[in-house]
Ligand binder design. Structure first.
Ligand code: SF4
Length: 511
């Protein structure tokens, strides 16, 4: 539909004889998916929502030619019924700070000049010409940036560890294998701002001493792949990646590797095996990839969102970045807000923002006026948070302490009609599908967990089954080989803890 809108906008621009003055630019995601497709008219910054191809004529003939905005396409505030013409005035954007998403919705991701015009490749230039690798690593460490893929490991420290391992050949890997149900953070960054990831990978290569970067990306992300390929080609043509970058003698080349959408390949060792053409199975750590990774060489793996933060940290400084966020979690986090919420979309908020702010102020509350019941963070590895936890500031440590986790940023909201036992079963079904089967606790244990959950949801459960779920979950957590298995019982454990009465109701009522 967006392509059709673009074509029609171009047609009416030509019909009005404005083809030399007005340009239609396709951008990446604006984040406000609920109200898409979105058309923004510059320079007056008018933000049109839910645009249809049939609206193109009015936008050009009324707004662009006569300067009269099309009122019916402006966003209408549900509480005041007032039209809002500018994204700055909309609650959806008010509490957001955009660092990783700074260019998404602003630039044409297929045009390197637009990236450069917004300070693109300035950070890389600064690193290569004014800073030593140690200086850059110190800046990243001082910023407090932690891995956005889920683990939250300090990024600067990871770079330093890989730098300190001596080897002629090292690699930078970008994990773009986003696999959580309902998550689309990394895809949107790659579709909307691929150069930020390329620039950051080159900076990382400079720091750790690697001349080769690999992006491991899901083959199911064709637009992200296409835009990344175009961006790599343009960066090569501009001499911003390749040999002797900016005449500094630093070489950095990039290649893509495709994943087939296996969730377990988000785990670093499985991802590396998959890139090597082997089965995407995790192996025991140590050795960590920083010592022995791709092809047995020291390898630094970061995810897309982590990399997207790097150019801004270098340009604006560690102090600027570390002033955003909470005590131990600095900066912002991108979340894919989905489920029973009014404003489904992609958001970026400072760490420390509360769930209430995310769900009610940004998300616009629960659909159809229903009551909030729970929110699942951290995807299948995370847990359910209840209404008593709405005022918890979101950061790595608070989410862990509340029985969930940050994960990569999926956030699925549930309302009063959702059965939490069925939700736990849904996530476990996903894990069962995605388990690589290498170790028994995950392969067999999760199957048994699922059988018990099925029995309970069919009304055939006994009270002892709830205790069995608890015990078996703890065994799986303690004994599974990799993160996927170790976290797979989390949705079961957190729903038993927070919604135990629903399990009991199934068992007692036999429904
Ligand atoms: Fe494979 Fe699961 Fe074992 Fe991880 S925990 S190695 S996914 S079977």
């Amino acid at each position: 539909e967006s392509d059709e809108i673009k074509n029609r906008l171009n047609k009416f621009i030509s019909d009005s004889g404005l083809q030399n003055d007005v340009q239609v630019v396709a951008t990446g995601c604006f984040g406000f998916c609920e109200k898409g497709p979105i058309v923004k008219v510059l320079p007056d910054n008018t933000f049109y929502v839910e645009v249809k191809p049939g609206d193109a004529e009015e936008i050009i003939k009324e707004h662009v030619v006569k300067g009269r905005p099309v009122k019916r396409l402006l966003y209408t505030d549900p509480t005041t019924a007032k039209h809002i013409s500018d994204s700055k005035g909309m609650d959806f954007y008010k509490k957001q700070i955009r660092i990783a998403l700074k260019n998404c919705g602003f630039i044409n991701p297929e045009n390197i000049d637009e990236y450069i015009a917004r300070n693109g490749y300035e950070a890389m230039g600064k690193c290569l010409t004014e800073m030593s690798p140690e200086d850059v690593i110190k800046e990243v460490k001082d910023s407090g940036l932690r891995g956005r893929g889920g683990g939250g490991f300090p990024t600067g420290l990871k770079w330093e560890i890989t730098r300190n391992v001596e080897n002629e050949q090292k690699y930078v890997v970008c994990n773009a294998d986003e696999g959580d149900p309902g998550a689309f953070m990394d895809r949107s960054i790659l579709e909307g701002d691929p150069h930020s990831v390329i620039e950051a990978m080159a900076i990382c290569g400079y720091c750790i001493g690697a001349d080769k970067g690999l992006v491991y990306i899901r083959a199911e992300y064709p637009l992200a792949i296409q835009r990344l390929k175009i961006a790599i080609k343009q960066a090569e043509e501009y001499g911003l990646i390749g040999d002797n970058i900016l005449g500094t003698g630093f070489n950095f080349n990039l290649e893509l590797r495709y994943g087939a959408g296996a969730f377990v390949c988000g785990e670093e060792t499985a991802l590396i095996h998959s890139m090597e053409g082997l089965r995407g199975e995790p192996t025991f750590k140590p050795p960590f990839p920083s010592v022995s990774g791709y092809m047995g060489k020291p390898t630094n793996v970061n995810n897309v969102e982590t990399f997207a933060n790097i150019p801004v940290i270098i340009n604006k400084g560690a102090t600027w970045f570390s002033n955003i966020g909470s005590d131990k979690s600095k900066g912002t986090k991108v979340f894919a807000l989905a489920g029973k919420i009014n404003n489904v979309g992609l958001i970026e908020v400072p760490m420390g923002t509360t769930l209430r702010e995310v769900i009610y102020d940004i998300g616009g509350g629960i659909k159809d006026g229903k009551a909030f019941k729970a929110v699942q963070t951290g995807g299948p590895s995370g847990g359910c948070l209840t209404k008593d936890m709405l005022d918890i500031p979101i950061d790595y440590d608070n989410l862990l302490a509340s029985g969930s986790m940050m994960g990569s940023g999926g956030m699925i909201v549930m309302d009063e009609d959702d059965c939490m036992v069925s939700i736990a079963k849904f996530y476990l079904e996903f894990t069962l599908e995605e388990s690589c089967g290498k170790c028994t606790p995950c392969r067999v244990g999760n199957k048994r967990l699922h059988e018990i959950l099925e029995k309970i949801t069919e009304g055939k459960g006994e009270e002892e089954d709830i205790e069995r779920l608890n015990e078996l979950s703890m065994v799986i957590k303690d004994t599974a080989l990799c993160g996927l298995g170790q976290t797979s019982p989390n949705p079961v454990l957190s729903t038993i803890l927070n919604f135990g009465e629903e399990y009991k109701a199934h068992v007692i009522d036999g429904k």
